[in-house]
Design a protein around this ligand. Structure first.
Ligand code: EPZ
Length: 418
């Protein structure tokens, strides 16, 4: 078993380049199935979720070559339309492959996807959108079989602006005859990144970033080259780590507009945050202040993926911070671990009240999920004494270089095999 050993209390300083966004690269890799030529995707982080996506593409018959941070996919040789259960269970995004497989082959067989345990994560909106496009979906014994000899453009209106359902609908609509409009679409930057990739292949998609996306389907797509945008949640993690530990850090390779709500919260907490076009920097020293309630919401609201991470920094703030988690039912599993470090947090349903304590102390900690795990690292960097963090497989799903980046900034973080 591998664990992090982190001795807190070291100030962070320096510059870090943020790697490509996990939540962009996964749908983009699924979208390579639609291309009639080779796609070269740059800035692909080395994550276990990316490896799982590559394994799915290879299973389907694609030729995939990874060289450093670039992944080349040739999907002209796709032979199959099923995703095996063990790959489906590896990550939630495996469900995004369904729309692309269906558009490419006219059929698709998957089982229910895995991913972080954040409470119920249904896929009803994904399936409804695919049905509206003309797919027949049958479920038997946990297996979903979809068939659609022909997909037809239509009007889809999502009851919730689901990120995954929006991506699935866009991908399937690219293979549909005619025009599809997706109303109440999710507006996350990762959807804009997917649109930009599809456009680089010749697709006619517009509106991403707003709540109505229009796809003129049935246009043959060619190969192309694309660079994935920087990961705003990795950036939010390093900003929060600096807020917790103190110091002065600059992050490059990330669009600062994507960090507006996180930066505003850290500013309110007493940090100096400055934003440039593709960079953001933070200066933090002394104790943070409690914040007005932080409510998670679809983009451009405060991201649910940064809730645990900011909470970790606010544990030692002067005053109280209330968090309201509106996106997922069970996204406070990190709270019990933070309590081991001396944090004073009360959770009731979707609300967590963080009463700031003067300091946290090192403890033995276990990652409960991806962002909850990152939150423990943030807390440990600001704590007194040594922490041991296990369950790093969660962190490896979304952070390619967490220990290297933090060590380069001066953190005392080591990987230990036990
Ligand atoms: C994406 O998940 C992200 N994952 C998540 O990031 C992120 O937390 C989430 O969006 C919200 O921003 C990827 O992009 C790979 P949703 P997704 O569909 O698409 C409900 C991370 O840490 N819903 O927007 O699964 C759902 O239960 C991860 O990187 C339905 O009811 O999220 C939730 O309450 C974790 N039916 C809400 O919508 C559906 O069919 C939003 O979920 C689909 C969703």
């Amino acid at each position: 078993m591998t664990e992090y050993r982190i001795t807190g209390g070291r100030r962070l300083s320096g510059t870090v380049e943020i790697h490509g966004a996990k939540n962009s690269v996964l749908p983009i890799l699924a979208a390579t199935l639609l291309a009639g030529g080779e796609c070269c995707v740059h800035n692909c982080p080395d994550l276990t979720d990316v490896a799982a996506s590559i394994a799915i593409l290879e299973h389907l018959g694609c030729r995939v070559v990874r060289e450093g941070d670039s992944v080349t996919v040739d999907s002209r040789c796709v032979l199959r339309s099923d995703v095996p259960d063990e790959l489906m269970r590896e990550m939630r995004s495996s469900v995004i492959f369904l729309g692309a497989i269906l558009a490419r082959t006219g059929e698709g067989t998957i089982s229910y996807p895995g991913g972080c345990e954040l409470g119920p994560r249904p896929i009803d909106l994904h399936l409804k959108a695919l049905r509206q496009l003309g797919a027949r979906v049958e479920e038997r014994g946990g297996t979903l079989r979809c068939t659609a000899p022909e997909l037809t453009g239509c009007e889809i209106s999502l009851s919730i602006p689901s990120v995954g359902a929006t991506e699935n609908a866009v991908l399937a609509a690219c293979g549909a005859r005619g025009v599809t409009t997706i109303g109440n679409a999710a507006r996350e930057p990762e959807i804009v990144d997917l649109q930009n990739f599809l456009r680089a292949l010749g697709a006619r998609v517009r509106g991403a970033g707003s709540s109505v996306i229009t796809v003129e389907g049935g246009v043959p797509l060619h190969g192309g080259e694309y660079r994935v945008m920087g990961d705003r949640i990795v950036a939010a993690t390093y900003l929060s780590a600096t807020a917790a530990a103190g110091g002065e850090v600059e992050l490059t390779g990330v669009d600062s507009r994507h960090l507006a709500t996180v930066a505003a919260a850290l500013y309110e907490g007493g940090c100096a945050v400055a934003s440039g076009m593709d960079r953001v920097s933070i200066r933090a020293g002394g104790r943070l202040r409690g914040l007005r309630p932080v409510r998670t919401a679809p983009y451009p609201g405060f991201p649910t993926d940064a809730q645990a991470i900011l909470m970790a920094a606010q544990c030692t703030a002067e005053g109280t911070t209330v968090f309201v988690e509106n996106m997922f039912e069970s996204r406070y599993r990190h709270v019990d671990e933070l309590a081991r470090m001396g944090a004073d947090i009360r959770v009731e349903g979707r609300v967590a009240v963080v009463y700031g304590v003067p300091r946290l102390h090192g403890a033995r900690l276990r990652c409960t999920d991806l962002r909850g795990g990152a939150a423990l690292v943030v807390a440990a960097l600001g704590a007194e004494g040594e922490s041991a963090v296990t369950g790093l497989e969660h962190i490896r799903r979304g952070y390619a270089r967490l220990e290297q980046d933090l060590a380069a900034l001066g953190a005392d973080i080591r990987v230990r095999d036990t």
